[in-house]
Ligand binder design. Structure first.
Ligand SMILES: [Zn+2]
Length: 301
């Protein structure tokens, strides 16, 4: 994992250009960060220390003065003016208050961070998310990043070309998981795909595949409308996956809603719920089933 971006591939960088309105003076609110305006909490730390001209637009300041305001440190020392011992440049203070904080990020703080930062590709890994050693590795002639960019269906034959006793257990397990992804109609995905870009149905089916490999038993899994939006062919694959979960000692539970006033299950829902398992009717049911009562599949149809 890349230590700089923690494997995310992108880093949040403060956008110091957005900190200031150069055409205003400090008195007129040149510092745009919340809490730094005239009369606000942090204002006196800059306007009242006697190191900066609070009445002149910042654009008319010397470059060193602007640098000292934003970065403090050596830039502030270069000014040759007496600065408070605890002087912090705007950037340092912004990072301390908003970025390097242990506090939980409130919506207000998050909005400030969004306004005054930019999200850029990680300069260390170039967005590949891996550390230097991992980036230099080749798997069957491909880098890990190249493998992660391949569609799952294309990656499987590449992995089959990897041999050697040390890698066999890992490769076998990986191929099994990838084949399960293809099996439920997700062979078009690639492993580098950000989870936030997956649809609800996609992420739900991926979780199913993950749990297939879990050694935990007697677990109850609740899937919310797993068949929604699926092609009938993929529904068949999905029910196969549910059966495999059941056969491994787990209890899959799928939720299938039906509209009032004419309740009926869609084809996919019927496929998911007619595997010989029990249905639990929740809410009003047209054939007299009461709240929370077990219903046979035939009744539900
Ligand atoms: Zn990185």
């Amino acid at each position: 994992m890349c230590p700089r971006c923690s494997g995310i591939g992108r880093v949040v960088t403060p956008n110091t250009d957005a900190f200031l309105d150069l055409d205003r003076s400090l008195e007129d609110g040149a510092i745009l960060l919340p809490g730094f305006g005239n009369g606000q909490y942090w204002y006196r730390q800059y306007a009242d220390i006697g190191s900066f001209d609070a009445t002149t637009p910042v654009r008319a300041w010397s470059p060193d003065e602007r640098e000292a305001l934003i970065h403090g440190g050596e830039a502030a020392a270069r000014l040759g003016r007496r600065m408070p011992k605890d002087y912090e440049g705007l950037l340092e203070r912004f990072n301390r208050i908003y970025i390097h904080t242990e506090d939980e990020m409130s919506e207000r703080k998050q909005a400030v961070v969004d306004q005054f930062t930019t999200c850029v590709v990680c300069p260390d890994c170039g967005g590949e998310r891996l550390n230097e050693t991992a980036r230099s590795v080749r798997v069957a002639g491909h880098t890990i990043t190249e493998c992660a960019a391949m569609e799952v269906a294309d990656l499987i034959p590449v992995l089959r070309g990897v041999d050697g006793p040390a890698s066999t257990p890992v490769v076998t397990s990986l191929i099994e998981r990838l084949e399960a992804l293809v099996g439920i109609g997700l062979g078009y995905l690639n492993l580098g795909r950000a989870t936030t870009t997956l649809s609800g149905g996609e992420s739900q089916r991926i979780k199913m595949v993950c749990h297939l490999g879990s050694s935990l038993t007697e677990m109850l899994y609740v899937f919310d409308e797993p068949s929604i939006g699926l092609h009938p062919h993929d529904v068949e694959r999905l029910t196969g996956l549910l059966r495999r979960l059941r056969d491994k000692g787990k209890t899959p539970h799928t939720r299938a809603s039906h509209p009032e006033p004419r309740p009926c299950l869609a084809e996919g829902q019927i496929a998911c719920t007619s595997e010989g398992w029990w249905l639990i009717g929740v809410g009003r049911w047209r054939r007299g089933c009461r709240f929370g009562q077990l219903v046979e599949p035939a009744v539900a149809r």
